[in-house]
Every structure is written in structure tokens, then in C-alpha cells.
Design a protein. Structure first.
Length: 635
């Protein structure tokens, strides 16, 4: 300790304090204090300069969650005695206040993986520091971390009352600064990533409520990469993400962001067999052993302290994203690949009843094109979207077909164009409606049992679709099938290919009774068949019998699942290209009580094609002849 009585200065060098274990706790190279006699006139403790060089301190959270210096300070008694001791802000004035080459060593030994980081060098500068009322002082603060990252903080502040205003910048913050501290509480691992954060701030604690606000803040994240623990597979990769002109008001609990921009990111996820999405477990926080720490605070009445945050994003742009998603609930996963994905949102808001515009364009599995435009809201959750899709490759969805049919989807492209509306009011099941059309072109599916073609068509257009969920209802104005084809075969074991291809009915667990299906009303106003055909073969006969129906054209009008409704059938075609066929009458195949009342008229069928039947049942083959049938079937 060096004292200069003429300059009224004190210099302390080489100070060091160790803990009981002999490890350095706090110290500094030099402390210089220059006191001023003008303190008498100014009625304040006045210092020309206070300078602290090479200050360092070790801050530790011990395994029992106490601070390593918590036992240095004796208890000051009751809160009442503490309040009586503080009667005002001590009058102090410092012309120059400096801290150079400061160092903080921080350790958290209470975590499963002990955490340690060092902040160095720390530099603090303040000029004309005063504790008098409404006295502002300029200051500057800077610090670095050994893991990377630079903090700069400057502006003005006053102590009485506590106010501050200035600008801050956190530059090149490495992912280790955050992730190494939380790694034991999360299921993911951040392998790369850095961030820059800057902006202006305002702090005012002069009133009853502390006001803190960030102004014109900006956040930039670069080369971010996230994986599961002990796995190198990248699940989230974001080369660039930025938030510009953000304002955060902690008093009002609101956030207003001018723009959010990102590009070239890649996301990979999957739906597990248990019905959970991988991101649910990936971002789930491990619960601690202390039940009190995990308990969520509850309040009977809403108050300003627990009101939800309100967020507004004026513009959101995500460009050239790539999304890979697997549905692993089927035995063979269904893989969806979306690239590029472009999302543009205007005036996104969490405020009640606030609607915002959404645009999404993407390619699906290379051949599909999806476009979505419309408005949506978060509180309550609602959607009003115009959706258009084309070229969706159907063989990709083969695993879904495997769950109900023994069919191999060889080709087919699906599309739709319509409007989706959704609204969740929270008092009942959500309202969902799709209104528009669906089309499937160039479809072909083969029987997996015999590796033969089973069904195909050139195009299938389902027009005027109105699908409601809760309550469930499906209305279709028209179905147009162009060049539909089906093959029906009776195999030598007398089984029919149609019955073998489609899976048996699902049964209730522990019961032999078929599983009851929920009522779902269906109405189809008209089915139009354009140039259809079908092949029929009976392989129980030798020689085998085979024939075909071509040029099928006609309509089925008024299909409905209601029991008393009847659909009118009028179809014409030709057997073996020459014999006319007419089918007319009424049916109701959608109702639980099936109904059929049909008249079938066949004219001039070549009898020689029926030789396999005449040979089996009569012992003769047909040399020549024509057959006409006029039949009526009623079920």
C-alpha cells in the first residue's frame, strides 16, 4: 500500500485473496484512488481518478448450488433492518473511472458436466460519474471470452434514479458459450454455429415498474448445425439466419420485428412408430430431480406479470429451404423430399384475431409442385388457404397402400386445386373444410399376388369436392373417369383376385366381430365413365375362359350413403368389341343396407367364347351361335 498525502492518493499493488483450499479467489495488479479536497465544497466524496488494473475473480457455483463466496457475507438481519440502513444514494463523484485487463473465471460445478469459461480482457471506462439525482455519465464496456465472442457496451447512465441508455454489440459468439452450459439438459448437440447480436437499449427504474426496452436490434446466425447426441447426422442446418430492426419491450411484453430472413437451410425429421415427431424429443428438456424447480407457477387470475408475450413480424422470408421427412409408422417408411421451399409471410402476429398473409411454394419429390396462398391466424388458430398441387408422384406413397391392399402402384400423378379452411375455437372439435377438386392421372396398379395389371386409367377427375371434418361429410359434384380399366380373375382355387387383393376387415381387439366404422355421410352427384374397359377370366376352366368389355360409356347419378336414396345407372358398352351391352337401373352401394335393381341387356354375344363352360357343364363345345340376354337383378 502506497499513500501520497500531498496528492491524496492511495495505490494498492499485488493484492490477492485465496479461498481455504489455497486457490486464488480474487486479486488485482494495481488499484489507484485519487481523492479530492473539493469534496468539502461539493458535499460529495469526489475522486479525480479510480483505476483498477488486471482485476480477476473466480466465481463458482458449488455442487450444492451455493456460490463460492456466499459465506463471505454475514447475514444483515431482517428485511426491515436492511430497509432502515438504506436511506439514500451515497453522494459520490468520480472524474475518471477505469478498469483494464479484467478477468472473470466462471465455473458451474453443480452440473453433471462441469462448465468453465473465462472472460478476458474486460475493460470499463466511465467519465464524470455522479450519484447525484438526474446526473448522467458516459461509459464504455468491452469484454471477450476464451470460447470466442466480443461484447461492447457504451452509452450514458445515472444512479439516482437508475437509468441507462446506449448501444450494445455481441460479436462472433461461438456456439460453445451456450451449448456447453446446457448440454446435459437437452437431447441435441450443436456442432457448429456463431451469432452476432446488436442494438440499442433503454433502462428506466425510476418508476414503480422497471422499464427495459431493446430498440433497432439485429441478430445474425451463421453456419448453424444441430444433430442428435452421439450421431453425426445433421437434422437442422442453417447457413444464414437474420433478424433486423427488432424492438423488444419487456414492460409491455411485446416484440416487433421488421424482417426475418434465411436461406439454404436444411431440416430433416421423421414421425416415429409411436406417433411422436423426432423434434418433440429432440428439444425436450430433461427434468431435474428437484420437484420444486420443475413446478410451474399457477395463478388463479390473469395479471400483467403473467400475460403472454405478443410478437409481430412484419416480413418473414425463408428461401431455398430443403425439408426431408419420413413417416416411419408404416413397415416401410414414406419419404417426402421438399426442395426448394420458399415461404413468405406478411405481418405475422400472435395478437388475438390478427390475420396475416402466407405464401408457400415448393417442389415435392422432384416431380410435384405445391403452391399455397392465403391468410391465417394464431389466436385462435385458423387457416383460409388456396392450395394448388400437381405432379405428386403416387408410387412414393406405396407403404400406405400396403396397409389395406396387396397392390403395387406402378405409376400415377396426383394433383388438387381448392380452398382449405380451418378454425379451432377451443370449445369443440376444430372445423376443417376442403372445397375444390382432386385429379389422378396416368394411374396404374398391379396385383402383387400374380404380378398382373389390375386397375388403371388415363385420368380421374373428382370435381366439386366438399370435405368437412367434425362433423364429417363428403360431397362430390362429379367424378370423371377417362379410359378406366379393371381386370377380374377367378383363379384355379376359385378365389377372386378382387377379394384377395384387398385386406380383410379390421376386427376389434380380442373379438371376432368386424371393427365398427364411424358414420361418414358421402354424396356423389354424378359418375361419368368415358371409354372404359374391363377383362374377365375364369381360370377354373380348361381351356380357360376369357372375355373383355370395351367402349364402356355412361353415368351413375345420385350416389349417397343415406339408406333410402337410389342412384340411377345408365352404361353402354360392347363385349368382345361387337356385342352391345346396356346396364340400367338403380343402386346404392354406399349405404349400410346395399340395394341393387339393375337391368342388363346383352345382344349377339358370340357363343363360341363360352365353349369352356359348355365343355365343363354339358360336355360339348359350341361350333357357332349368338346369345342375347335380357336380365333383371334385384337385391
Amino acid at each position: 500500500v502506497k499513500v501520497n498525502p500531498f496528492a491524496l492518493s492511495v495505490t494498492v499493488t499485488g493484492y490477492e485473496m485465496n479461498d481455504p483450499n489455497g486457490e486464488r479467489f480474487v486479486g488485482f495488479k494495481e488499484l489507484y484512488i485519487n481523492f479530492q479536497l473539493s469534496s468539502i465544497i461539493r458535499r460529495a466524496y469526489t475522486f479525480d481518478e479510480i483505476r483498477l488494473d488486471a482485476f480477476d475473480i473466480r466465481v463458482e457455483i458449488l455442487p450444492d448450488k451455493r456460490l463460492n463466496f456466499s459465506d463471505l457475507f454475514a447475514s444483515s438481519g431482517t428485511k426491515e433492518s436492511e430497509n432502515n440502513q438504506v436511506k439514500g444514494v451515497f453522494p459520490v463523484q468520480i472524474s475518471r473511472l477505469r478498469l483494464d485487463q479484467g478477468r472473470i473465471l466462471f465455473r458451474d460445478l453443480s452440473r453433471p458436466t462441469p462448465y468453465e469459461t473465462e472472460i478476458f480482457p474486460i475493460k470499463i471506462m466511465a467519465d464524470n460519474f455522479r450519484t447525484r439525482e438526474d446526473s448522467e455519465s458516459p461509459y464504455a464496456f468491452s469484454a471477450s471470452s476464451t470460447e470466442g465472442g466480443l461484447i461492447r457496451w457504451d452509452g450514458n447512465f445515472s444512479v439516482n434514479p437508475l437509468r441507462s441508455k446506449g448501444r450494445f454489440a455481441l460479436t462472433n459468439f461461438n456456439r460453445r458459450l451456450l451449448y456447453d452450459y446446457i448440454q446435459d439438459q437437452v437431447q441435441f448437440e450443436m456442432t457448429r454455429g456463431s451469432a452476432n447480436f446488436s442494438g440499442e437499449y433503454v433502462l428506466d427504474a425510476s418508476g414503480e415498474e422497471v422499464h427495459f426496452e431493446l430498440i433497432d436490434a439485429e441478430l445474425q446466425i451463421a453456419e448453424f448445425n444441430l444433430t442428435e447426441k452421439n450421431d453425426d447426422q445433421s437434422l437442422i442446418s442453417i447457413p444464414q439466419f437474420s433478424i433486423k430492426q427488432a424492438g423488444v419491450n419487456f414492460t409491455r411484453k411485446d416484440v416487433v420485428i421488421a424482417s426475418v430472413n434465411s436461406h439454404d437451410a436444411r431440416l430433416e425429421g421423421w414421425l416415429a412408430p409411436d406417433g411422436t415427431v423426432n423434434f418433440q424429443t429432440l428439444f425436450a428438456v430433461k427434468k431435474g430431480e428437484d420437484k420444486q424447480d420443475n413446478a410451474l407457477p399457477t395463478t388463479e387470475k390473469p395479471s400483467p406479470e403473467n400475460r403472454p408475450w405478443q410478437v409481430v413480424v412484419k416480413e418473414l422470408n425463408l428461401n431455398n429451404y430443403e425439408v426431408l421427412f419420413e413417416d416411419r409408422t408404416p413397415i416401410k417408411p414414406v419419404r417426402i423430399h421438399l426442395k426448394p421451399v420458399d415461404i413468405h409471410v406478411k405481418n405475422l402476429s400472435t395478437q388475438k384475431d390478427a390475420q396475416f398473409k402466407v405464401e408457400l411454394d415448393c417442389n415435392a419429390n422432384q416431380t410435384g409442385i405445391i403452391s399455397i396462398q392465403g391468410v391465417t391466424s394464431i389466436d385462435p388458430v385458423s387457416l383460409d388457404l388456396n392450395v394448388k398441387a400437381s405432379g405428386l408422384n403416387l408410387p412414393v406413397f406405396q407403404p400406405y397402400v400396403d396397409t389395406f391392399a396387396r397392390l403395387d402402384v406402378v405409376s400415377g400423378a396426383a394433383g388438387l386445386e381448392g380452398r382449405i379452411t380451418y378454425r379451432n375455437l377451443g370449445v369443440s372439435e376444430p372445423e376443417f373444410r376442403y372445397k375444390g377438386m382432386v385429379n389422378i392421372d396416368e394411374f396404374e396398379a398391379d396385383s402383387r399376388l400374380k404380378h398382373e395389371d389390375f386397375i388403371k386409367w388415363a385420368s380421374l377427375s373428382i370435381n366439386g369436392v366438399m370435405l368437412d371434418i367434425s362433423p364429417g361429410r363428403l360431397n362430390i359434384e362429379e367424378i370423371v373417369a377417362k379410359q378406366p380399366y379393371a381386370k377380374i380373375i377367378i383363379w384355379p382355387d376359385r378365389t377372386v383376385n378382387v377379394a384377395n387383393i384387398f385386406a380383410s376387415e379390421q376386427k376389434e381387439p380380442g373379438s371376432d366381430k368386424p371393427k365398427e366404422k364411424a358414420s361418414f355421410p358421402i354424396t356423389i352427384n354424378r359418375v361419368l365413365i368415358d371409354n372404359g374397359s374391363a377383362n374377365f377370366a375364369d381360370l377354373t376352366l380348361k381351356p380357360n375362359f376369357a372375355t373383355g368389355i370395351q367402349e364402356l360409356n355412361g353415368t351413375i347419378k345420385g350416389l349417397s350413403s343415406e339408406s333410402l336414396t337410389r342412384a340411377d345407372v345408365s352404361i353402354e358398352g360392347k363385349v368382345d368389341r361387337y356385342a352391345p351391352v346396356k346396364i340400367a337401373g338403380q343402386i346404392n352401394p354406399l349405404s349400410e343396407n346395399k340395394y341393387t335393381d339393375l337391368e342388363l341387356l346383352f345382344q349377339n354375344i358370340e357363343l363360341t367364347t363360352l365353349t369352356p363352360y359348355s365343355g365343363k357343364f354339358a360336355g360339348y363345345k359350341v361350333e357357332k351361335g349368338k346369345l342375347s340376354l335380357d336380365l333383371k337383378y334385384k337385391l
